[in-house]
Design a protein around this ligand. Structure first.
Ligand SMILES: C[S@@+](CC[C@H](N)C(=O)[O-])C[C@H]1O[C@@H](n2cnc3c(N)ncnc32)[C@H](O)[C@@H]1O
Length: 340
């Protein structure tokens, strides 16, 4: 089947993704700031906020410490040569693979019957091995686009609630995996980093910093370990029911040191405006969704840098059935930084 449909960057399940709030956030930034040339999304996640910023500002910096997110940013926005016909040809060939004819592989042995049915897992592992085997015949952009297309295509059919901390414990309906190409671009106004945010802010400057760290104990590197593994593809030994690799990129923001980390980050920002997203899960009964930084701490830390205003947006919130707030609030702080 000819492949024509291109997947956009927001078409991914990701905990804390701001896709539904992005227009609201960007509108407030637009009205509360002036003379903005550069924008930094320092905990970018899916990069849906960056995606809007790229259309508006002369320069956009995108950062996240996960390997999979970094590859996705390079795939969607990185500058580099890409032969569209060639990548479509590869994708069409991957789609014609008959999983019944494939042997078990690293991916199917570890994840088959858990996150994907076994036939689909064999196909995913086979495709990822093929991309790696042909790596020398791809440009970096083509390589990233193919792997990102694989991630976005399998995300839709994974047997999960949108993350890989656990899988759904029911018989898995067999799927036919169809890869679709992502909607890649080449953006001259984008700089991409994969660094710890607290380190990166000491080296860069931007007119606006958008800050959306994790606020509870759930580590993104553990939630999305399967994509981290698929991108790095060094095939480590995995363990536990969710088949996770050894810990890497564990965030201070998910620990009791979160407020200290936030204070350090804010104090080092070289900027004119600080924009912070925050949601009120603090009173949650489930300890893993309880916030590590309080509203009062956020406000006090931001106010050290300048006049801070808070905006509020109510929306429905649903968290894997455990915490169900009907009146969940999403907050946005904007600090107009005092001139030194
Ligand atoms: C709440 S999510 C951001 C969601 C994003 N705004 C969106 O709309 O998709 C927080 C992100 O911060 C990243 N992160 C956590 N700690 C980090 C750190 N110390 N340095 C860099 N990135 C970090 C996580 O990988 C995660 O993608």
């Amino acid at each position: 089947m000819e492949n024509t449909q291109n997947i956009s960057i927001g078409k991914r399940r990701y905990i804390g993704c701001k896709s539904k709030l992005a227009d609201w956030i960007m509108q407030i930034i637009e009205t509360e700031t002036n003379n903005i040339h550069s924008f930094c999304d320092i905990f970018a996640g899916t990069a849906v906020i960056s995606d809007l910023a790229i259309r508006k500002y002369e320069k956009v910096i995108i950062n996240d410490f996960l390997y999979s997110n970094n590859l996705i940013y390079k795939a969607f926005y990185g500058i580099g040569k890409i032969d569209d016909k060639k990548v479509r040809k590869y994708i069409n060939a991957y789609n014609l693979i008959d999983s019944n004819k494939l042997d078990e592989n690293y991916f199917s042995v570890n994840y088959g019957g858990k996150f994907f049915d076994n036939q689909t897992a064999k196909k995913i592992g086979y495709i990822r091995d093929s991309i790696e085997a042909d790596k020398d015949s791809f440009t970096e952009k083509e390589y990233c686009v193919l792997i990102a297309s694989l991630i976005y295509s399998i995300d839709k059919i994974s047997n999960t609630l949108g993350h890989y901390e656990a899988y759904i414990k029911k018989d898995i309906k067999p799927h036919i995996l169809t890869l679709n190409l992502i909607d890649y671009k080449s953006c001259k106004n984008v700089e991409i980093y994969q660094e710890d945010s607290n380190q990166l802010v000491k080296k860069i400057a931007a007119d606006v910093f958008y800050i959306d760290p994790p606020y509870n104990s759930r580590q993104y590197s553990r939630f999305y370990h399967l994509y981290e593994n698929l991108v790095k593809w060094d095939k480590p030994i995995l363990s536990g029911e969710a088949m996770k690799p050894a810990e890497e990129n564990m965030s201070e923001y998910c620990s009791s040191r979160a407020a200290k980390a936030f204070d350090d980050l804010i104090s080092h920002l070289n900027t004119r405006y600080i924009v912070v997203s925050y949601n009120n899960t603090y009173h949650s009964r489930s300890s893993s969704s309880r916030n590590k930084i309080t509203l009062e701490e956020i406000n006090a830390i931001l106010s050290k840098r300048g006049k801070t205003t808070m905006f509020e947006h109510s929306h429905q919130f649903f968290n894997a059935g455990k915490t169900n707030f009907n009146n969940h609030k999403e907050l946005l702080f904007i600090t107009k930084v005092n001139e030194e």
